[in-house]
Design a protein around this ligand. Sequence first.
Ligand code: AMP
Length: 419
Amino acid sequence: MSFEPLGLSPALLLAVRLLGLEAPTAVQLQAIPLVLQGCDMAVQAQTGSGKTVAYVLPLLQRLQSGGAHTPRRVRALVLVPTRELAAQVGEVVRSLAQHLPQALKVAVLFGGVSVNPQMMGLRGGADVVVATPGRLLDLLGHNALRLSDVQLLVLDEADRLLELGFADEVGPLLALLPAQRQNLFFSATLGPQVQALAASLLRDPVRVDVPDAPTGQQPVIEQRVIAVDPGRRTELLRHLVQEQGWHRVLVFVATQYAAQHVAWKLYKAGLFATPFHGGMAQGARAQVLAEFKAGQWDVLVTTDLAARGIDIAQLPVVVNYDLPRSAIDYVHRIGRTGRAGEDGLAVSFVSAQTEAHFRLIEKRQHMVLPRETAPGFEPGQEELPPDLAPVPGTGGIKGKRPSKKDKLRAATARALASG
Ligand code: AMP
């Protein structure tokens, strides 16, 4: 199967060929014709399955056939949750749009960098805006653009964008869009909660669930679990990287502090390791990611900032040094490896303290993985006082953290017991 029968224009077919894409992936095959027909869609497809191209191609085609544009009026808006993803999606849009007979202007807007160049870039309007919600709101506040002509809205990593925290920014943005528009929600995880929300935002959506590729064709992400005492994880990680000769390892930790700390300890131990997290300046973030992609660092120690959407070719290993908070975060984290048909390995460290949390992840993922030990790193050699014991995941099990009421009850109980 090639791209030709999908109904795309010659200019887009040329761009696809020049990008070296020979055949559409499953999600592209299913989504492109439906987007071209103007359907609202909720698309769930594996991480790394080619989702970006699946919405960018038909988006460009629809804009191309939509006639001349009015300055300062945005016709397609792609919202993404992270700055890195904005830059990445912006690049895909630009490279696929470059041979269109009618040039389209693409603006990529994200925070952490000076707002002025982005404001300048919006002078004279833009056809496509790829943005993180916060910076887009800022620029709207400066009257740098308007959203009243948006014909096509894409929420990439839709479930994340509709989560609490982002909803505060996305809600007001959606209110600025015209009611008549095409909506496309894409993610690897569109659970029941998101579906309910999506139902209120989408018009008669076509739901597409792209099944994982058949065995033999899908990238195999081997998942392994190693039991280790929390205090020996850095040592074990260093041992594994050296012993297994791992290059380009993405290591997930729970906090920005841990990213700094673990990266520094690995670096001191002789590994090319560096941190990557939201507390770093945007310039440093972009530089580190580019260097890691170029193979200048072997180990990137990161928070969940890097868990979504970021496409790093040939990333063979992902390590959950700290466990993710939820099964959904687990899927996104391990999905950084095994991209575009390559195989990958995902290693999770568990300890007595985090075992129950990992079981919950396994249950939600309908899997049971054997617990392994590494020779010389068998657990049980470390006695941690309870107050130093690690917290499972970043903040315990999602939805299972004590509420204010629970805390109040506990405090009252303590007060009653001591009084
Ligand atoms: P995404 O799921 O959009 O993050 O894409 C994952 C990777 O698949 C990216 O590196 C894309 O360049 C690549 N990709 C997208 N479409 C195709 C295709 N039709 N054939 C081969 N690789 C592709």
